[in-house]
Design a protein around this ligand. Structure first.
Ligand code: HEC
Length: 108
């Protein structure tokens, strides 16, 4: 098990769980890893790209952005979070990107 999947499990078991960020679905992190998102993204921290919890916060209650974000992740794009640009992620495939974007948008 890699540390990224271990940490959420430990957070669940720990008496400090209430103080820790809410755990994330390890299967989704695995898919994000395989889709090479994690070279630029983290759930909690801003790396090259925005922290995914920040993305979820920004678009909370706006389900209409889902398809726009799916297309943007697939084709690449910029202008929403700063001066950096997200390169295209076509190799990840539309279906995986849709699964990931849906999950990102529901992150607490
Ligand atoms: C090369 C680095 C890189 C990779 C790889 C990458 N991203 Fe990004 N991502 C970025 C950057 C930079 C931004 C901010 C773009 C902007 O300001 O509009 C971003 C923004 C986003 C956003 C928010 C877009 C918006 O308009 O608010 C989502 C959602 C996202 N990425 C998901 C993903 C997913 C899912 C993957 C994997 C399939 C992925 N990213 C791979 C760099 C990356």
């Amino acid at each position: 098990m890699n540390p990224k999947t271990l940490i959420p499990c430990l957070a669940l078991l720990s008496p400090m769980a209430l103080a820790a960020p809410p755990p994330v679905d390890p299967a989704m992190l695995e898919l994000a890893d395989q889709s090479r998102c994690l070279t630029c993204h983290d759930v909690d921290e801003t790396l090259r790209g925005p922290a995914w919890r920040d993305v979820a916060r920004r678009y909370r209650g706006k389900p209409e952005v889902e398809e726009i974000l799916v297309t943007k992740v697939y084709e690449g794009g910029g202008g929403a979070w700063g001066n950096d640009y997200m390169s295209a992620n076509k190799r990840a495939g539309m279906d995986n990107i849709r699964i990931l974007v849906r999950w990102i948008l529901t992150l607490p």
